[in-house]
Design a binder for this molecule. Structure first.
Ligand code: HMG
Ligand code: MG
Length: 302
């Protein structure tokens, strides 16, 4: 299959990236990060997460962050909402899109959101209906779609089953997530082939963590399978608090470098993303986990 001419990159660094940081990051820094990303040209930024602060303390400033970011018209600022309490906070914060997040493996569902897959879908029903009543975009995210840290193998049909349930809840877009980065290109293709029977490929995304260094190859494979929405994290920030050893999402700088080389349009200014990556990495006191980001920064300094 031909590669797409254009892809949508959803920047998830402010949420997926920062949620795993142990040291509290001030709202000032989070706001500046989101503003820099807005300025770089993203049309969708995952900026907040309205989850229990006991579970993910770093996201406790989400209301403040959403109130203080400079919003650019047309840009979708998304927030995670695992239940009605989260949805109410997201509505209050004027999120443009809410994300219900489940899993393709029972064990991960229990660890991450403290309920079974079936219970999570029941919990999401009211969240989805209320989001629709408020005309807010609804996204579904499916963790451990290519493997689970507790259960191991996950069958493509298990992913397809959750896709159908999220479709029936009215999701506008569904993320197929490699939470622990174990997928390789043939597995990626097999999963998209299975789920595309039940949901349009143009509304399916790839959310790939880069734990085993496979994310760019997997993005390429997913594009060959017809996917054109990808999630990435500036400076490769992140990990999942409920997936031990999981590292960040594929770095946005690396994805943009790949897209540039392939002549695929993203609408995003790579130089500004490199700046944002260096900004947040300096703040965290470590080098960015982005090959392209660090190479471009080093070339500039030379
Ligand atoms: P629970 O303990 O079963 O829920 O947690 P509960 O309803 O019994 O509530 C427990 C306490 O949390 C109560 O407070 C609630 O008020 C409070 P208390 O009475 O004890 O003081 N609470 C909340 N507070 C703020 N906002 C809320 C909220 N809900 C309850 N929305 C729950 C269930 C889902 C809440 C919990 O398990 C949770 O917050 N989990 C979130 C885990 C998480 O954020 N994980 C990371 C994001 S997912 C991810 O990274 C994967 C993804 O990137 C894709 C991939 O890579 O795989 C998306
Ligand atoms: Mg993730």
């Amino acid at each position: 299959m031909n590669l797409p001419k254009k892809v949508k990159i959803v920047e998830v660094g402010p949420r997926d990236g920062l949620q795993n940081e142990k040291e509290t990051i001030s709202a000032d820094v989070k706001v500046e990060l989101v503003d820099r990303l807005t300025d770089a040209g993203f049309v969708n930024i995952e900026a907040a997460s309205f989850v229990s602060p006991k579970w993910v303390p770093q996201m406790a400033t989400s209301t403040e962050v959403m109130a203080r970011i400079k919003r650019k018209p047309g840009v979708i600022y998304s927030a995670l909402t695992p239940n009605m309490k989260g949805l109410e906070a997201a509505l209050e914060a004027k999120a443009d899109e809410v994300v219900i997040f489940g899993a393709a493996s029972e064990a991960f569902s229990q660890k991450n959101i403290n309920c079974s897959i079936a219970e999570s879908i029941e919990r999401f029903r009211e969240v989805a209906q209320t989001a629709k009543q408020h005309n807010i975009r609804l996204r579904g995210s499916i963790s451990t779609a290519f493997g689970c840290p507790y259960q191991g193998e996950v069958a493509p049909e298990a992913v397809a089953d959750v896709v159908r349930r999220m479709r029936d809840l009215g999701c506008d877009e569904i993320d197929i997530a490699d939470t622990i980065g174990v997928g390789t290109p043939n597995k990626i293709k097999a999963v998209y082939e299975a789920v595309a029977k039940d949901f349009p490929l143009e509304r399916l995304s790839g959310h790939f963590h880069d734990t085993y260094g496979q994310a760019l190859a997997n993005i390429y494979a997913a594009m060959e399978a017809g996917v054109s929405i990808f999630h990435s994290s500036v400076a490769g920030l992140g990990g999942c608090p409920y997936a031990k050893g999981a590292t960040g999402n594929v770095s946005t700088e690396d994805v943009l470098y790949l897209m540039q080389g392939l002549g695929i349009e993203t609408g995003i200014d790579l130089d500004k993303v490199v700046d944002a990556g260096q900004f947040i990495s300096q703040h965290l006191g470590r080098k960015a986990v982005s090959r392209a980001g660090n190479a471009i920064a080093a070339k500039r300094a030379a």
